[in-house]
Design a protein around this ligand. Structure first.
Ligand SMILES: NC(=O)c1ccc[n+]([C@@H]2O[C@H](COP(=O)([O-])OP(=O)(O)OC[C@H]3O[C@@H](n4cnc5c(N)ncnc54)[C@H](O)[C@@H]3O)[C@@H](O)[C@H]2O)c1
Length: 341
């Protein structure tokens, strides 16, 4: 059985990825490496950790000695690298941790892979590395050839990491793959991101904070579709290649808000609070995912209208999970971000 290192596996997408592998009984042993930062939560994977198929290690990807030790101990031959500082708003408050984890951490993994051997290394990146698209030209979309033009400290750090990945392919022949996905939604999403924040705020009887005019456009993909695409690229992708992943499901933040409010039976006038826009807020992201469809045969399986309903239901069924998070450090951040504006 192959052994795969999955970094950031106690976060939103990483935990869904490990759950998907276990649920499908894929023939793989997973070594989860996660620092359990403010957004990492052992509860996201605790019920699927076992000695044989899913091993959990708390640690920092920037710790080269630890990463090398794990590599040798578990005979790691494959990496799926999710671990990151991932929240744009936090990168505006302090970009230091983003440079450390997203750039230095990636370099440590690449270097260990190069020195100790690796059959496949998959970098989980984002469509945000391409910058912003004009909102009125609907034909404009990000392809894998679109020049990298990050606008936030978060996307700049992810872009730097992508460039290191590319360099390790060209310089050392490391068999790397890069995926760039649009916005995800689904279970286990840390409730500072838009959809889980809005759903849980409404459940708490609080208004939802909508940035600016609410007309920023994102392409939304259900997290399980993203995980399935990553697995497809890991198994069938061509080393050195980049694959865009998207749902072909562009919506303004206003439209997403309307759907969440409607599903939760809350009228707009009473429940929406406009807040000052995020500085440098990218206007539109839209992904052309034709390459992964054409070359690897991947297609999203979930429709937004049904998957958003399932997602809302998950937060209703798992109140203990998000209520435990929405306290302590979270409240300090929330005050700084929305209340003092
Ligand atoms: N969420 C999205 O919509 C989206 C879209 C496209 C790409 N991505 C990318 O997918 C990846 C996962 O995103 P997410 O939304 O699950 O993020 P997340 O913030 O929910 O999870 C990140 C995880 O990484 C861990 N981590 C952070 N620093 C670490 C370190 N130094 N060492 C070890 N572990 C560390 C955290 O504890 C956490 O468990 C990121 O690389 C992100 O850039 C996310």
């Amino acid at each position: 059985m192959r052994t795969t290192l999955v970094t950031g596996s106690a976060g939103f997408i990483g935990s869904n990825f490990v759950r998907m592998l276990r649920g499908r009984n894929e023939p793989v042993r997973v070594i989860c490496l996660d620092k359990l930062t403010y957004c990492g939560n052992l509860a996201n994977v605790a019920d699927i950790v076992d000695k044989d198929r899913v091993v959990f290690v708390r640690g920092d990807i920037c710790d080269a000695a630890l990463v090398a030790e794990l590599w040798k101990q578990y005979d790691i031959r494959e990496v799926v690298h999710f671990a990151a500082e991932s929240h744009v708003d936090r990168s505006i408050l302090d970009s230091g941790p983003f440079v450390q984890t997203n750039i230095v951490g990636t370099q440590v993994l690449l270097d260990t892979a190069r020195k100790l051997g690796c059959d496949r290394y998959l970098q989980v990146s984002t469509d945000e590395v391409y910058g912003s698209l004009p909102e009125h030209d609907k034909s404009a979309m990000f392809t894998e050839e679109t020049p990298l033009a990050p606008n936030s400290p978060y996307s700049a750090s992810k872009t730097a990491a992508d460039c290191m990945v590319r360099a390790y392919f060209h310089t050392f022949g490391l068999p790397v793959l890069t995926t760039r996905c649009s916005n995800n939604y689904g279970p286990y999403h840390f409730p500072e991101k838009m959809i889980p924040l809005f759903v849980t705020n409404l459940m708490e009887g609080k208004k939802v904070p909508l940035y600016g005019d609410g007309m920023n456009i994102r392409d939304w993909l259900y997290v399980v579709d993203h995980c399935d695409a990553i697995w497809t690229v890991l198994n069938k992708g061509k080393p050195g290649e980049v694959y865009n992943i998207g749902g072909n499901n562009e919506m303004t933040n206003r439209e997403v808000t309307e759907i969440v409010l409607r599903e939760m039976g809350k009228p707009w006038d009473q429940w929406v609070q406009y807040v000052k826009d995020r500085p440098g807020h990218d206007r539109r992201y839209a992904i052309d995912a034709s390459k992964i469809r054409r070359e690897l045969g991947w297609e999203p399986k979930y429709r937004f209208d049904t998957a958003i309903r399932q997602t809302i239901q998950w937060y209703k069924d798992n109140e203990t999970w998000w209520r435990a998070i929405k306290s302590g450090e979270y409240l300090t951040y929330y005050e700084k971000q929305y209340v003092s504006r």
